[in-house]
Structure formats: C-alpha cells, structure tokens
Ligand binder design. Sequence first.
Ligand SMILES: Nc1ncnc2c1ncn2[C@@H]1O[C@H](COP(=O)(O)OP(=O)(O)OP(=O)(O)O)[C@@H](O)[C@H]1O
Ligand SMILES: [Mg+2]
Length: 261
Amino acid sequence: MIIVVKLGGSVVCKDPSKAIADLAKYADVAVVVHGGGCMVNEVMKAMGLQPKFLTHPGGVVSRFTDYETLRAFVMTMMWINKNIVASLASLRVPALGLSGADNMVLRAKRKEKVIIVDERGRQRVVDGGYSGKITEIDVKALLPPPLKVLAPIAVSEKGELLNIDGDQVAFEIASRLMSKLVILSDVDGLIIGGKVVGRLTPQEALELAKSDEVKGGMKRKLIAAAEAAKSGVETIIYNGLVESPIEKALAGAGTHIIPSS
Ligand SMILES: Nc1ncnc2c1ncn2[C@@H]1O[C@H](COP(=O)(O)OP(=O)(O)OP(=O)(O)O)[C@@H](O)[C@H]1O
Ligand SMILES: [Mg+2]
C-alpha cells in the first residue's frame, strides 16, 4: 500500500532530520510532497521583496504569487527539494526530486481570478497571479522505486510554472491513489481546547474547520481532509519534529480523519 507523506514547510524550516530518517524506512512505499512557505518568505525578504497573502471567503489564507514571488518560490522550493534528496542520499536512500513541471507530472490551470475578502470584510475579485488549480497528475510516475520527492510546482498548458499549495498536491495524489495521507507539520495534530483530537469524521472535520480555534494552514488541512475522505482517503495530521513521526502516525498518533463507511 502506498502512503503519501506531506512534509510541511514548518518541518522543513525547523528540523526535517527526524522525518527524513523515518522516511528512509518507507522509501519503497511512499510518495513525498513538501512545502516550504516559511523559507520562501525568508528568501523573499533577503531579495527585498515583501511576501503577500490573500484571505479567501471561509478564512483560508494563501500566498499571492506575482512574477517576482514565483521566481523566489521556485528557487526556494528547488533548494528545499534537493536538500531533502541529499539528506536521503546520506542515508543511502536513492530518491528522485521533481517539480511538477518535470515530465509534466503535475499539470494545472492558472487561476485567472480569485475571490478574496478585503480588510473591510468585503468580497472582491482579484488577479490570481501565478497560482494554479490542478488539472492532471501522472500518478504512475510518482510511484516508487525510486522514492519521489515532489515540490508543489505545476506547469500550465502555456508553459507557466505555477505555485500550488503543498497540502492540495498531497491530497490530490492520495485521492487518485486511494492511499493513506500522512501530513507532517509542527503540531501534534488538530488541537481543540488544548487537546489533540484523535479521530474525526469528514463532517466533524468540516464543522471544526469553521471554529475560531482553527486557523491558517490547519483550516485548509481539515477542509481538504474532509474532501479526500469522500474518495476513501484516511488523513493523519501529526508532528514531523518528533522521532519516527510516520511510524507513530500510522500506529495511531495525531488526528485521523477517517472516511465514513
Ligand atoms: N486548532 C489548531 N490545531 C493545531 N494547529 C493549528 C490550529 N490552528 C492553527 N494551527 C496552525 O496550523 C499550523 C500548520 O499549518 P501550516 O500550513 O502553517 O504548516 P505546514 O503545512 O506545515 O507548512 P507549509 O504550508 O509551508 O507546508 C501549525 O503550525 C499551527 O500553528
Ligand atoms: Mg500549509
């Protein structure tokens, strides 16, 4: 059985070593997607650019990717991608690092317009920049061996490189493969009232996504996990900063969003 592992930007920026060491054990059965938003922000600031974000109706926040941002995004993601591959090499695990443009593995359509909520809480339509919506994934090309490490970059029909949210990529791959999805971030799972929520149905995940206690990237994960559950995918959200995070997640740690049978 294939397992899709999303290595969150929060893990990449803080300490990916434990997650990567664990990944080595699953090299024959895993597909890896990584994030890296925090490092993109750092690089942009070093380039004298200010990261920009958009708030969508429902509260999900995403990066606004103009052309300058796209350059920083692609450069940074490839740096992260090759470093993951190099760390795996140090563990004698051969891995193939890819962007979605390579061999057209991940195709997307540029979002011409997106709906946002402005500072005054009013909905507005703005240019979508270089962000995309996935149209096609060559999942066969992502199966091991060798272990594939995919950066969240897609290619459009016009040959544009596009920024795709890493969680979205991971969810779409898992849905197409009907595989389990382990989302590694820097928290022990979904935390409500100070405690990790162990199990959720898709309906419960959607309800909690609306809660004031759920913000930012976690909101997006819950909404996508609920959607993926409809196609039979079990999503586990767990902490990639601990020892053997994948093994622990598969053994029951973290928050499990389970398809309702
Ligand atoms: N109720 C909640 N429970 C747990 N985490 C939450 C909650 N609400 C918000 N969060 C935040 O969600 C974050 C995880 O999502 P985020 O998108 O920031 O990280 P990531 O997916 O690891 O990184 P990237 O998007 O770069 O891949 C946590 O760091 C946490 O601060
Ligand atoms: Mg995120």
